[in-house]
Design a protein around this ligand. Structure first.
Ligand SMILES: Nc1nc2c(c(=O)[nH]1)N[C@H]1C(S)=C(S)[C@@H](COP(=O)(O)OP(=O)(O)OC[C@H]3O[C@@H](n4cnc5c(N)ncnc54)[C@H](O)[C@@H]3O)O[C@H]1N2
Ligand code: MOO
Length: 475
């Protein structure tokens, strides 16, 4: 940015001014990016700054400038979609029909069941001892048989009244057993006669066959996410394979001539932060990443890559704005793609886009600024992949803020937060080009236009690894 008045006006940043209010005048090391409002600027949320606060007066002056900057922006993104609508549009992508596959249990982790899981056997499949001790028949004392019963052994001999047999947890209960006596609740004399040291209740410590389910009972519905616990249940119920929806296939195209894949930034070149970040993030969102390709700023290479891809989802990074080498829009136009979302009313990340290239193939264009790319991931790629993978949306939830957060005048803001107790703590270093905030975040808070005050409940978008991370951890 230059110091000239004209440039200051266009590059005006209302969030920076608001950050000054938040910090009581001290600059915060955020870099909230450009603003650009095309509508009247609403007042900040109650509590987001006092009317007599000199910083707010400064802020009001800047908001004027922001309004002028907005006209500049609206010419580039006249059709920017409200943030909730953009997510809904992305979540309506049609899934390929009849894509269910049969997969081994090992390969099913993180997929969604394409058919209900019904028990293939009774569970337990035989009357089972719940404890180590003795199976006893009738009232005591009992004569203890010489040979005991272990788990995994064949059918034990039936007991007659007055008899007991040593039994292990998980072993089959002999016929006509009335109860299992735990080892700590009985003692034997030198003639191997067993005495109970407390009352014995009929049926105690016996798990009857079919206690958990009968063969054929429905266990889990279609659409269940296969977690480690689901794998355990499926195995216990007799499954070697399950019917699941395959992961949607995603291809990542990293654009930009300025990107280095190793070493230190130098001579105007910077490290590619998105190449390493996006594949595991997309996997965490349910995708199979089939390729990561670096195309530089070569429009023809981009066109060829889009034409030849058979991915369900193509994710591009950078090139979404209107700069001289921002090729995404022109190439989509040339390919006759349908723009479903062209710019979103969200900060950071407002140039993000969603296009349908052909039937069953979508493109999410992520802005090049790394936190803006994260915003695009959660706004467009997450709902799209969720639908393609057949997952259900997590229950939305809200948490109160520990401190106030300033808002954009009319756009939604996504702000990295740490979850501490029952509060969301806004993090610094949340500018569009910064990753320091998100790297220590548990979630993003959805800040409405105008901001939010301390204690106000905000919708929380948890980061996949903060929730459970099963795909991140296990695949
Ligand atoms: N005249 C305007 N210029 C810009 C606007 C605008 O509204 N009017 N919007 C700004 C915003 S906001 C964003 S976000 C960016 C989006 O730009 P692009 O998607 O075209 O991305 P690039 O220009 O290619 O890159 C932007 C920035 O990010 C860096 N970058 C790109 N790729 C990577 C990567 N893989 N790893 C790390 N950093 C990356 C790149 O070097 C640039 O610094 O446009 C603004 N401009
Ligand atoms: O504000 Mo941009 O959308 O930097 O991310």
């Amino acid at each position: 940015m230059t110091a000239s008045g004209r440039f200051e006006e266009v590059d005006f940043d209302v969030e920076e001014a608001l950050a000054l209010v938040k910090e009581g005048g001290a600059p915060v090391p955020d870099d909230p990016g450009s603003t650009g409002a095309s509508r009247p600027v609403p007042s900040p949320a109650p509590g987001a700054g006092s009317a007599k606060d000199p910083a707010e007066q400064q802020d009001a002056g800047r908001q004027d400038a922001g309004h002028r900057a907005a006209e500049h922006h609206s010419a580039e993104h006249p059709a920017a979609t409200p943030w909730p609508r953009a997510r809904a549009i992305a979540g309506r992508a049609p899934r390929r029909p009849d894509t269910a596959v049969s997969v081994t249990l090992e390969a099913a982790l993180g997929l969604v069941l394409a058919a209900p899981l019904a028990a293939l056997s009774d569970l337990p499949s035989f009357d089972t001892s719940a404890m180590d001790g003795w199976a006893v028949a009738g009232p005591g004392p009992w004569d203890v048989r010489a040979e005991g019963v272990l788990a995994g052994h064949g059918g034990p001999q039936r007991l007659t009244d007055g008899e007991a047999v040593r039994i292990a947890t998980g072993a089959r209960i002999p016929q006509d057993t009335s109860a299992v006596l735990r080892s700590e609740h009985g003692r034997t004399d030198e003639k191997e006669r067993l005495y109970a040291t407390r009352d014995v209740v009929h049926g105690q410590d016996i798990r009857p066959r079919g206690q958990e389910c009968r063969s054929g009972d429905p266990l889990l519905p279609t659409g269940t996410l296969v977690t480690p616990a689901v794998l355990g249940l499926a195995a216990a119920a007799g499954y070697d394979t399950v019917a699941a929806l395959p992961r949607p296939r995603a291809e990542i195209l990293v654009l930009g001539d300025e990107l280095l894949t190793e070493g230190l930034p130098h001579d105007g070149l910077i490290r590619d932060a998105l190449g390493p970040m996006l594949p595991p993030w997309l996997r965490a969102l349910g995708a199979e990443v089939i390729a990561v390709r670096r195309l530089g700023d070569d429009a023809e290479a981009l066109r060829k890559a889009l034409r030849s891809s058979d991915a369900d989802l193509i994710v591009t990074t950078g090139g979404t704005a209107a700069g001289p080498v921002d090729h995404v829009h022109p190439i989509l136009r040339r390919l006759g793609a349908e723009l479903l979302v062209d710019g979103v009313q969200v900060r950071p990340g407002h140039p993000m886009l969603l296009a349908r290239i052909k039937e069953n193939q979508h493109l999410v264009g992520l802005p090049g600024n790394p936190l803006a790319a994260v915003s695009g991931l959660l706004t467009l790629a997450e709902p799209l992949l969720r639908t393609l993978a057949g997952r259900t949306a997590p229950e939305p939830y809200a948490l109160p803020l520990r401190e106030g957060v300033h808002g954009h005048p009319y756009d939604t803001r996504l702000v990295p937060v740490a979850l501490r107790g029952d509060r969301a703590v806004p993090l610094h270093y949340n500018g569009p080009a910064m990753l320091r905030g998100i790297a220590v975040a548990d979630a993003l808070a959805v800040v409405p236009p105008g901001g939010a005050r301390a204690g106000q409940e905000l919708e929380i978008l948890e980061l996949p690894w903060a929730m459970a991370g099963i795909e991140v951890c296990f695949t």
